[in-house]
Design a protein around this ligand. Structure first.
Ligand code: OAD
Length: 229
């Protein structure tokens, strides 16, 4: 079975009502990202960071997958599909995709602030100051903040090396190391970029650009792949 790698970003969830990061004057849901999504922010004002992510988690609880997420589930009937997502929402899971690697963490999980291997499923609940891990330290959101290592990046690079097709959906390709993943695909790989706006595509070879939202654009890319099989 041929292998389709999918790299998603905030844009795939835009039509589900979740805001992207760079479409609103450098603010994310009215917060400066450096006040809420860095280790420094956590050190300075952990309660604000918790409040921010508690709100994001609540928003995600009611969000539903859109046609873009659902089209990727259908693709599993014909291909070996691996999704690598920068998103911290769970819309790929809610849609029913099977193989999902989260690069930047997951909103619906908490982790120990002293042991990154102690991860807990939140089942939609808030994290509050005073909620501790089993080692007695404060729980924090299971999110990769700016300036932190991306633990899954090497696994993602390895996955990219096996791709026959790559779908890049709804990412501005601005944030590294995630944006650098596209350079790991083999020469024979055919790449599709689905985004209503221009993105820095650099030297991606074999590239087809579909300048549309994910809701319609993903199905169009899949149609081309099915004809190409
Ligand atoms: P960005 O906000 O940087 O980019 C979103 C992309 O989605 C843009 O290129 C938009 O043009 C596109 N877009 C908007 N509406 C769309 C739609 N309906 N369908 C498809 N695409 C659409 O988001 P990311 O690239 O995901 O990191 O950002 C990468 C990382 O930076 C995030 O994971 C996050 C952020 O800061 C962390 O939180 C660590």
């Amino acid at each position: 079975m041929k292998k389709v790698l999918v790299l998603t970003g905030a844009g795939i969830s835009a039509e589900s009502g979740l805001k992207t990061f760079r479409d609103s004057d450098g603010l994310w849901e009215n917060y400066n990202v450096y006040d809420v999504a860095t280790p420094q922010a956590w050190a300075k004002n952990p309660a604000l960071v918790q409040e921010f992510y508690n709100k994001r988690r609540e928003q995600c609880l009611s969000a539903k997958p859109n046609a873009g997420h659902l089209a990727l589930v259908e693709l599993e009937k014909e291909f070996n599909v691996q999704i690598i997502t920068q998103n911290v929402d769970d819309l790929h899971e809610k849609a029913g995709s099977t193989n999902i690697l989260h690069l930047h963490g997951e909103l619906n999980k908490a982790r120990s602030s002293v042991d990154e291997n102690l991860i807990y499923d939140l089942k939609g609940k808030d994290i509050n100051m005073g909620d501790f891990c089993e080692k007695g330290s404060q729980l924090r959101p299971h999110i990769v903040w700016f300036g932190e290592m991306v633990p899954n990046i090497e696994i993602a690079q390895k996955m990219m090396r096996d791709a026959d097709y790559l779908l890049i959906i709804g990412t501005s390709l601005n944030v590294y190391p995630a944006a650098g993943l596209v350079s790991f695909v083999p020469a024979h790989c055919k790449t599709f970029l689905i985004d209503p706006n221009d993105c820095p595509t650099g030297n991606i070879s074999n590239l087809t650009t579909i300048k549309e939202g994910a809701g319609t654009g993903v199905s169009k890319a899949i149609k081309i792949i099915l004809q190409d099989m």
